[in-house]
Ligand binder design. Structure first.
Ligand code: HOZ
Length: 432
């Protein structure tokens, strides 16, 4: 057993002054057993904890660290601007450069507004869709998670389901009434909901590839079908690309699947690890945002100059280095095929979903296509697997209902080590 005495001590102190000892529920180990590990530093593919233990990282800050930790290109860009002050509350050149960069990369985005997190982006995009259409209701998909805005904490995935509150207390009935939920990948359920709420739906918001009930890809034709329904009914289609943007391809899931949403929400990679989000889309809709239009949205730190420097460096690097996407695809494929080979050989009740560098090993033999099938997973076995991998120096998301993220910093040799660790852990879990 690894020594984590300092982590244990910090968790004890944290629990006295921070709810649950963590500043975001997904960091807690409640669902997998044990206490969270406190990290001290990270470099490339490795996290190093307060006790000096080293882990190959498959969370990568829940997505942003696509190049691995402390990527020199991002570190240098931040170092260069640190002495120019941290915030102005006035426009800066870097915000213009960032907006131009995003518009040049994300296929459907003509105009973009910077915010500070993915949650802010999704809340703002939905308000905009309501202001633009003059309608109130939204459709979201069961198990999708779009940050912690009230409208989205209905049948929510990620930490909400992990900690047993997919419908959070504190969300008013009025807000809940305006959020309609349907099963992911079920186009006829969407048609039915739209029919029952004719001319009342402002937006359909979706993770085009879900990360928040574990990784779940869209069925062929599903995203295209949503596009058609939205066009026919005058509904704003919002792709939440906070996780998938700049990851599944440079232009995100919308580029990968060739479906253009009306609005896109972004976060994670866009800030290179700094707190950055953005929402953007068709000019006609985005021009409704204040002060161009009347839909109000604001932020003291929006477009923060240090965060913009990190984001510009990250996006510029990705734009100029297509090999990043080849690398993470190959590493992810090698790892998943290696583990899947073992699952088949031993006939284990497990399955893997993968799209590019997002993947989840589910402890169920059912194909996971939506929230209900994700929930057939054996959570106790997942917990055992998680703890075993942690002991073997591999840091996974402490929940079955999360996607893992692969960075370009992982070498072929390290990928092979992860496969070996997974085989040994599966052997332990199933005692075969
Ligand atoms: N939304 C991410 C997990 N699926 C990470 C952010 C968080 O909830 O802390």
């Amino acid at each position: 057993m690894r020594n984590r005495a300092i982590s244990e001590e910090l968790f004890k102190r944290a629990s006295a002054v921070i709810p649950g000892g963590v500043n975001s529920p997904v960091r807690a180990f409640k669902a997998v057993g044990g206490n969270p590990v406190f990290m001290k530093s990270a470099k490339g593919p490795y996290l190093i904890d307060e006790d000096g233990n080293q882990y190959l990282d498959f969370i990568n800050s829940w997505g942003p660290m696509i190049l691995g930790h402390a990527a020199p290109v991002v570190v240098e860009a931040v170092q260069k601007v640190l002495n120019d002050s941290f915030s102005f509350g006035a426009p800066t050149r870097r915000e213009v450069e960032m907006a131009e960069l995003i518009v040049s990369i994300v296929p459907s985005v003509e105009v973009v507004r910077m915010v500070n997190s993915g949650t802010e982006a999704t809340m703002s995009a939905v308000r905009l869709a309501r202001g633009y259409t003059g309608k109130d209701k939204i459709i979201k998909f069961e198990g999708c998670y779009h940050g912690h805005g009230d409208s989205f904490l209905i049948a929510a995935g990620s930490g909400a389901i992990t900690h047993g509150a997919p419908d959070s207390p504190g969300v008013t009935q009025g807000v809940a009434n305006d959020t309609l939920t349907v099963a992911y990948n079920d186009l006829s359920a969407v048609e039915q909901s739209v029919l029952e709420n004719k001319n009342k739906i402002a937006a359909i918001i979706i993770e085009p590839v879900v990360g928040n009930m574990g990784c779940v890809p869209p069925s062929p034709g599903f995203l295209e079908g949503l596009r058609k329904i939205c066009d026919r009914e005058g509904i704003v289609l919002i792709f939440d690309e906070v996780m998938t943007g700049f990851r599944l391809s440079l232009g995100g899931a919308q580029e990968l699947y060739g479906v253009r949403p009306d609005l896109t929400t972004m976060g994670k990679i866009i800030g290179g690890g700094m707190p950055v989000g953005a929402y953007g889309g068709k000019k006609e809709i985005m021009q409704q945002v204040a002060p161009a239009g009347k839909v109000y949205q604001a932020g003291t730190l929006s477009g923060n100059p240090i965060a913009m420097a990190a984001g510009i460096a990250m996006l510029t690097h990705l734009k100029n280095t297509p090999s990043v996407y080849q690398t993470i695809e190959k590493t992810s494929a090698d790892i998943c095929e290696g583990i899947l080979g073992y699952i088949k050989e031993k006939n284990l009740p497990c399955s893997i979903n993968r799209v590019g560098s997002m993947w989840t090993l589910f402890f169920t033999d059912q194909p996971v296509i939506d929230f209900n099938t994700a929930k057939t997973s054996d959570l106790a076995k997942f917990g055992q697997f998680f703890r075993s991998m942690l002991e073997r120096g591999v840091y996974l998301a402490p929940s079955q209902y999360e996607s893992l993220f692969v960075s370009a910093a992982i070498t072929q040799e390290q990928a092979a080590q992860v496969v070996q660790a997974a085989k040994a852990s599966l052997e332990e879990v199933f005692q075969k």
